[in-house]
Design a protein around this ligand. Structure first.
Ligand code: C2E
Ligand code: MG
Ligand code: MG
Length: 447
């Protein structure tokens, strides 16, 4: 062996081969990919016929590595390499980048539909179970394609475009295929600008909590308020929470956003009559984070709001993604007196079993059913069925999105206990909410 650890018998050719290959799978590596792309681009310089590159990334590979061990992870990577080599069209090059990322050069794929077809085929091939001897593992993969020269006429830009497309696939969930276009690049840029502005707003405490009344239907007495996030950016204008909440989740700062909002909402609730509760939306990402219950309780403690005045709204999708962690968080919070509402009931991936297995206190019927209750018989039947079921399970019910007197009367007639919607009040800032309370609040007398 020589000082650098390479045996002197290794020929120059072998050395070169080593520098261009991935020792685990035997595929080419990033250098090979670069050379292949440059070669093709040079060949086609005179006659710029397109060709395509692709990056494939395994979804959720890290947890598998952590769960089954590195050896099992390596075995899967080798099987992936084997499958990919066997299924790519003739003349294609397959390489492995870092970790669970693979790349391809596809000289005979000229446009989007061809790229998508190959992507679907590779996705199917990779989704078959992986044999680990004593068990089988299933995986999906995400794909990003970039077509030369539209998506870049140099290796670096072409690769960057494929990465952008892959990133877009990952944003859309698992097993997605994206071919780079200018619009995608544009959207990514806009999203990143939005992210930066939102991060700044969170730090500057510029995202606000507004409050919408929740009333008892029989007499219209206000029983609580739902806090709804509001953000008015000086440059971007009003941005809806249905846009910026998912963005904060995706980019990993929902905790910071939610903590600020809960603090502001709880501070506002301190000025309300003591029997008026605060309902606060929790995002699904927070129900996967074991630190959530402690963070919520410590904010309540610091602000001085009693936990029994807080209700947390969660969605079915949220409890589904990480059921065990979610269950623990909710149990901790309920143990301290916090109540749990199931939001948007009837629209998500509804499973009635979840109503039985999870300890909820309240169900909020989604606006989709309430808004048509006076005109659509099917909606009315659905609402009736939900009310009967909640009655049997001992759950309280709030109907969301009541916009008219007729809606309110109908729901009252069906025996729905609580409601919320523009008919009773739109979301308003903390100061206007106090004015609203001065006008509308009456002490809750049992009916
Ligand atoms: P959600 O929790 O179901 O909130 C109810 C939405 O319905 C709110 O929209 C509210 O303004 C709207 N709404 C209330 N009454 C009526 C009505 O009578 N008619 C109509 N057409 N709409 C009505 P908003 O404020 O745009 O919030 C949208 C969603 O964003 C919320 O749905 C919730 O999922 C999420 N969100 C809002 N604030 C927060 C927050 O602080 N944290 C989290 N994690 N999510 C939030
Ligand atoms: Mg809600
Ligand atoms: Mg809702």
């Amino acid at each position: 062996m020589s000082a650098n650890g390479v045996s002197p018998q290794v020929s120059k050719k072998e050395l070169q081969a080593m520098a261009y290959s991935d020792p685990l799978t035997g595929l080419g590596n990033r250098h090979r990919l670069r050379d292949k792309v440059r070669l093709l681009a040079a060949e086609r310089a005179q006659d710029p016929a397109p060709f395509t590159i692709c990056i494939a990334d395994l979804d959720g590979f890290k947890p598998i590595n952590d769960l089954f061990g590195i050896e099992a992870g390596d075995e899967i990577l080798c099987q992936v390499a084997h499958r990919l080599k066997a299924c790519v069209p003739e003349g294609a090059t397959v390489t492995r980048h870092d970790g669970d990322e693979f790349a391809f050069v596809l000289p005979l794929i000229f446009e989007r539909s061809g790229a998508e077809r190959i992507g679907q085929m590779m996705r199917d091939v990779l989704s078959a179970p992986y044999d680990l001897g004593d068990r089988h593992v299933r995986l999906s993969a995400s794909f990003g394609f970039a077509v030369y020269p539209f998506a870049g006429d140099e290796f670096e830009t072409l690769l960057e475009s494929a990465e952008t497309a892959l990133y877009q696939s990952k944003r859309r969930g698992r097993g997605q295929i994206t071919v780079y276009t200018r619009e995608i690049a544009h959207e990514m840029k806009r999203t990143t600008q939005l992210e930066q502005a939102l991060r700044t707003a969170v730090i500057a405490d510029a995202v606000d909590a507004h409050f919408q009344p929740i009333v008892r239907l029989v007499d219209g007495v206000t029983v609580g308020f739902e806090a709804l996030a509001r953000w008015n950016d000086p440059d971007l204008g009003f941005v809806a929470p249905s846009v910026f909440v998912p963005l904060a989740e995706e980019r990993g700062f929902i905790d910071a956003l939610s903590e600020t909002l809960l603090r502001k909402a709880a501070e506002a609730a301190l000025s309300w009559p003591r029997d008026v509760f605060l309902s606060f939306n929790l995002s699904s990402a927070q129900l996967m984070d074991p630190g959530t219950s402690e963070s919520i309780l410590s904010i309540l403690h610091r602000v001085g709001l009693a936990p029994h005045r807080l209700e947390l709204e969660i969605t079915e999708t949220a409890v589904m993604t990480s059921a065990e962690t979610a269950e623990r968080i909710l149990a901790d919070l309920r143990g301290q007196g916090v109540k749990i509402s199931l939001d948007d009931f009837g629209t998500g991936q509804s499973s009635l079993g979840r109503l039985r297995d999870f300890a909820f206190d309240k169900v909020k019927i989604d606006r989709a059913f309430v808004s048509q209750i006076t005109t659509d018989r099917a909606s009315e039947h659905i609402v009736k069925a939900i009310l009967a079921m909640c009655d049997g399970l001992g759950l309280q019910v709030v109907a969301e999105g009541i916009e008219s007197h007729a809606d309110a009367e109908k729901l009252k007639g069906l025996g729905c206990e609580m409601g919320q919607g523009y008919h009773y009040g739109r979301p308003a800032d903390a100061a206007s909410t106090l004015v609203y309370l001065q006008k509308h609040y009456r002490e809750l007398v049992p009916v």
